[in-house]
Design a protein around this ligand. Sequence first.
Ligand code: CP3
Length: 343
Amino acid sequence: MKLQNDLILRAARGEKTERTPVWMMRQAGRILPEYREVRKSIGGFKELVETPAAAAEVTVQPVDILGVDAAIIFSDILVIPEAMGLSYQMVEATGPWFEKTISSESDIQKLKIAEAGDLDYVMQAIQLTKKALNGRVPLIGFAGAPWTIFSYMIQGKGSKTFSEAKKFLYTEPVLSHKLLHKIAESTINYLKGQIKAGVDIVQIFDSWAGVLSPEQYKEFALHYISMICDAITEVPVIVFAKGAHFARKEMSKLNCDVIGLDWNMDIKESRQMIGNNKTLQGNIDPCLLYADEGTIQLETEEMLKAFGPLRHIANLGHGLYPDTDPEKVKFFVNTIKNFKHLD
Ligand code: CP3
């Protein structure tokens, strides 16, 4: 089906667009009362992820309510460890928790390489979402980057330092590579399944990039992101590595179309380091949305000017925070949609 709004896809490919397109990480869920209502009626977060009709409903909500230029499928990066054999729970107000974690070679051997069929509920949710969107905007698929998924599989829960996961890199480098390889292969199967089911573009989230040294990042993270980028040839690929300011030059060599910036990364410096062959995405501090409208408008327009009219997809520098006022989010989106670049 032909898309009525393909601004994000055109910007990803480096084509000219009438205006800068916008979507936000974590736009599905978190801030919308309409999302909380659906989650409550179905029982909880995991039930919602695993019920295709409900997942499709909350995926479309931000398109209707916030007016964004793309939908992102409602799911979680942690469905991959689960499909490989490590199930998780989402504990209210704490976050993810894994009963079993990985600590030995036999643990790694027992893990299966996930196939798209293992995550059929996601594929069904994508098909239902595509029907519901009816070509209005593109649908973004996603997966966690291997290093971030590895962190949860070793650590078993969230952490500020991910020191257990980093300890494994230092003490068991060979096993670390074995596990990262299995995760990367699972991720390729998963993303290819999402593309077959209908997503128009995919994003790889490397949320814990910032805890590694540049050398470790190259060896244990970028290598596997690169493997995924090389395998995904059907749709544009966005790579977002939170905190990886030290890897921007290396990332410019990836076989991807878009690189996401967080708000710590200077826009002009990033463009210089990455060059003109990639689209950049980002990068407003999610906390700006706590400010008054005048401040939001000023800083958002400064960002748009710094990126310029070409090869930019507007976004935040990380996901929306749960206590953000949806009215402020709408104001941010409309500021971008109303902005005109000087020729
Ligand atoms: O972007 C979207 O709107 C699509 C949905 C989405 C969710 N998680 C839903 C979710 C996406 C893209 C993710 C990715 C994800 N999940 C990441 C990478 C992005 C990032 O923010 O760095 C990570 C690290 C996770 C793991 C995860 N899931 C954590 C640490 C938590 C608990 C803390 C929290 O609220 O983020 C989750 C739960 C989760 N995933 C929620 C949502 C809407 C919150 C639970 C709820 O509100 O019901």
